[in-house]
Design a protein around this ligand. Structure first.
Ligand code: BGP
Length: 474
């Protein structure tokens, strides 16, 4: 049985739903300068004002003006918590100012008050793919050690201002996405790295990740100093990477691929890097700017819980071109014929969620929080005006079943479950509106047309009943 105070809710990120990109003195974030992509088309990064280009995050779903209506709908579903992020550029429009922007702080004061008034606990991510654009152009993003201080200032201001309203925090969303350094990863990371030809991407990635990990640890320490009751977690993108067969080389490859992607959680939880990473740096001649103070900071700022997203699993196999078993690359991933895939090719694997919960518990022995899980699909309202999203219900039901088994049968300590995109919003990966996750439909299309009206999908009523029965009736 799930605990009585289990945190059922939903998750979003500021830049994907707020809009109001210039309101309240907000500055430009990386998300504001990204055009819409499409199926398989990367989003383009411009200066944010290219004529004729559509920037989906500028208006998003206008939550900035409609949050009261949306929170009322979350309350109607019975949400116990609501996970969103604070847009860094509302608080520090450029990122390097000394004083915060009061109008931005007031917006979040009002938003958190509205949540609390409705019996909904805010769960807040400090940085969710929305780093100030100025920090990218002027400082090179997290290539630069100065970013640690800028982030620390931002975190301190948020904790000081909101610690009586917000108990649960996370530092960087999916911090480990940058492990895929061969991709152009600006859309899916917080690091604000733009690569030039000839860059040693891998070395830059490890350095930026190190600065982010130190910045995160410093934030955790500050939060605990300001209010020891605060719970601060990390946020890891978790997808197990299975071996293609029981061939020992495949199994070892799977292990090495998991090490590469999830060492971030080791540093967050233990305050130390695992040896396999430091050995790898030595072997690859990667020299990291890593001071004694950094090490002290990492140890002083270990997290209280592990927040993670779970959407899918992967499969990898031995690559004869990699005889040293260096960390596996995505190019070595193969299809899993045992599981179906979504329209976007994401492998649907509910049992993998139970595996992940067990893996994370065994490795870190910390409470866990599933802060993202969900099914991105094309929804079409029927003649009765409602979206009958049985496919989404099926996906969530199957995952909740496995989550309950992990708690009931495996003894996993789980704080809560917040499905991703509880209201339709702009896709982070593609910038589309038509990749929808919500229980609440928003009338808007990929070109930005639509009334922005909200309506309840079939899954809205289903999830309402799940929460009402604390997960007993699926
Ligand atoms: C996660 C991100 C979210 C979210 C989700 C779905 O990686 O934390 O911001 O967007 O993925 O991805 P997409 O929007 O590309 O479907």
């Amino acid at each position: 049985m799930l605990a009585k105070n289990f945190l059922w809710g939903g998750a979003v990120a500021a830049h994907q739903l707020e809009g109001g990109w210039k309101e309240g003195n907000k500055g430009l974030s990386v998300a504001d300068v990204m055009t819409a992509g499409a199926h398989g088309v990367e989003r383009e990064i411009t200066d944010g004002v290219l004529p004729g280009k559509y920037y989906p995050n500028h208006e998003a779903i206008d939550f900035y003006h409609r949050y009261k209506e949306d929170i009322a709908l979350f309350a109607e579903m019975g949400f116990k918590c609501f996970r969103t992020s604070i847009a860094w550029t509302r608080i520090f429009p450029k990122g390097d100012e000394l004083e915060p922007n009061e109008a931005g702080l007031q917006f979040y004061d009002a938003l958190f008050d509205e949540c609390l008034k409705n019996g909904i606990e805010p769960v807040i991510t400090l940085s969710h793919f929305e780093i100030p654009y100025h920090l990218v152009t002027q400082y090179g993003g997290f290539r630069n050690r100065k970013l640690i201080d800028f982030f620390e200032r931002f975190a301190r201001v948020c904790f000081e201002r909101f610690h009586q309203k917000v108990k649960y925090w996370m530092t960087f969303n999916e911090i480990n996405n940058q492990a895929n350094f061969n991709r152009d990863f600006t859309t899916f990371t917080n690091s604000g790295l733009v690569f030039n030809d000839g860059d040693n991407r891998e070395a830059i990635m490890y350095q930026a990740a190190h600065y982010e990990l130190v910045a995160s640890a410093r934030a955790v320490k500050i939060a605990h100093e300001i209010n020891p009751a605060l719970k601060v977690g990390c946020m890891i993108q978790f997808s197990p990477i299975y071996p293609a067969t029981c061939r020992p080389e495949d199994v070892l490859m799977s292990q090495k691929s998991m090490q590469k992607r999830f060492y971030f959680a080791d540093v967050h939880s233990f305050g130390r890097y695992p040896k396999h990473i430091t050995e790898y740096w030595t072997r690859k001649n990667i020299v990291i700017d890593f001071t004694e103070q950094d090490q002290a900071d990492l140890l002083a700022g270990t997290v209280d819980y592990i927040g993670f997203s779970y959407y899918m699993s992967f499969v990898t196999q031995y690559n004869p071109d990699n005889p040293y078993f260096d960390y596996g690359e995505e190019t070595d991933f193969v299809q899993n014929d045992f599981v179906p895939r979504s329209d976007w090719g994401w492998q649907i694997d509910p049992v993998g969620l139970r595996y992940s919960l067990n893996y994370l518990t065994d490795t870190y022995r910390l409470p866990l929080f599933i802060v993202e899980n969900g099914f991105g699909a094309i929804d079409e309202p029927s003649d009765d005006g409602m979206v009958h999203d049985d496919y989404r219900i099926d996906y969530l039901k199957a995952h909740i079943e496995q989550m309950k088994k992990a708690v009931d049968e495996d003894g996993v300590v789980l704080m809560g479950y917040t499905p991703w995109g509880c209201i339709d919003l702009v896709s982070a990966g593609t910038g589309e509106m038509k990749k929808r996750y919500g229980f609440i439909y928003v009338d808007k299309d990929n070109q930005g047309n639509g009334s922005l009206a909200r309506s309840r999908k079939k899954s809205f009523y289903w999830y309402q009943q799940v929460i009402q029965t604390n997960g007993e009736q699926l």
